[in-house]
Ligand binder design. Structure first.
Ligand SMILES: [Zn+2]
Length: 128
């Protein structure tokens, strides 16, 4: 019998996953504010005929929040004074979403472990 077929190892593994899930759930439940989107940086040329941007030294950076709304891509200009806050809020959204993905994966893993444990316990009983 390999280690992976050992119910006590499986229980340990499930316990570890539960603790990780609890940590991820708490992290999400502590998030108070978020904004959907990704902060992007942009440099650009201006319309003047004589300017350093004509020689490749572009103006910027300009910051935008890129986000999808009703399947349409949008860019919203970010005022430099709002940048740190927007970066933080967009980070919160990203972490929140990523944690949900991780929690779903952990749920599947725990369910799978329980199925395996059930199978082993039932097969042991059949041998008696
Ligand atoms: Zn220019």
């Amino acid at each position: 019998m390999t280690g992976m077929r050992d119910p006590s190892r499986m229980r340990q593994r499930a316990g570890k996953l539960q603790r990780e899930r609890y940590r991820l759930e708490n992290e999400n439940l502590r998030i108070r504010d978020m904004i959907k989107g990704t902060v992007i940086k942009h440099y650009k040329k201006c319309g003047r005929k004589v300017c350093i941007c004509r020689e490749g030294k572009l103006h910027g950076p300009y910051w935008y929040l890129s986000f999808k709304e009703a399947d349409k891509s949008n860019l919203k200009y970010i005022n430099i004074k709002d940048l740190p806050r927007i970066v933080r809020l967009a980070g919160n959204y990203k972490r929140f979403q990523s944690n949900i993905t991780k929690i779903n994966r952990i749920n599947r893993q725990i369910t799978e472990l329980m199925g395996d444990i059930r199978e082993i316990l039932l097969s042991r009983r059949g041998k008696k």
